[in-house]
Design a protein around this ligand. Sequence first.
Ligand code: ZN
Length: 424
Amino acid sequence: MKKILLLIPLFILIVGCTHPTTNPAIESIIEEQSNQIIGIHYPVTGIQKLDQTIEKYVKNIQTEFKQKHSSKLTLKDPAELNIDYEYWIIGKQYYNIVLTTFVTSPSMAHPIHEIKTFVYDADQQIFLNLDHIITPNWGNLKKILIENHKSCIFPQQLDLILNNDNVNNIKFTFTNHSITLYFNPYEIANGSCGIIKQEIPYSNFSIPIIEEETTQNTFEYQYKERNLSITKPTIALTFDDGPSKYTNDIIELLHEYDANATFFILGNKVEIYQDTLRKSLQYGNELGNHSYNHKSLTKLSLEELKEQIDTTNEIVKKTLDYEIRFLRPTYGAINQKLRKETNMEIVLWNVDTQDWKLRNSKKIAEKALHDIKDGKTILMHDIYKSTFESLKIILPELKKQGYQIVTVSELKEIQKLRNETKNG
Ligand code: ZN
């Protein structure tokens, strides 16, 4: 048997990383039906009261969307719901969470764009209002908002909202050196101005902020060398929509079976799961781009499309010092604009396990193994426990059948070498 050695450059990377007080996870709900597509991402902090409140908020939006767009009429395009998050902790106990909701539908004149903030004190176990953290100078806040959004703001509406009686309803977050105020479209301004977001430098907080010590963690890794054969039957394994709390188990299992995969990841989860992703790279897996927050790429403006792709590549480069080569578009949807505007290689699949729908490890394994053949690319999603469980059936079976399980790059390299051997 002719053996080839695919050499992957050896890296040793020393990085500093800050560890949050708890080990957070990001929950993603991704669904595709003919008349509605859903991409929802929200943090799970491990703090019960906070998590329940966030989950209730998200589930309400999801239920309402499903009811509204459940019509059996086939629309030209499906309605789309997307909820994305931002999440950070100040001091040791102040959790800041921003959820941004987008709803678009061919039956709606304008998309819905809405923001919600949660600021939670994990020590006191209470949600904080703006006046818990600062003594608001209403006149000054109004002045700053009007100055920065002159052509948008309706001053009387702003007056109604920015005062002591309404302080419960003011959406805000904070950092060590600023507060940020958020207003939904039409709340204080012309709807065409969208969400109004204003950061204001601030240091005089009414709450004690104990600086979290940042521990410098050194993490060394080196890519392993893979001993692959061009004559052995080969399949590429790919996972979309992660990383998630199951990704670590999946990469450990792959490692056990000397298998590698390409993970098409979402940019909005890279920072939180950076240690998992580092380990994944160390084990020889490959990372691909699956957008920033799983919006349907073909429906975006050129600017939004670029942002979804570029932000993800940049955050991976910055966080992991890794260059992404492949793009897998969300919902597998490609159009001219997408092809034209990216010079990344687009990678789809030819075995769909339907794991997101089946959620049953035996059925997923059956589907994966049913039409397996040399050279195929399998689609799975590393955000479901049943997918992880199904790999305990799939991997030993593929090994038994003599398959080597590789990344997309490795499959392409093997196919190239096979062609050269054939033609040479
Ligand atoms: Zn996806």
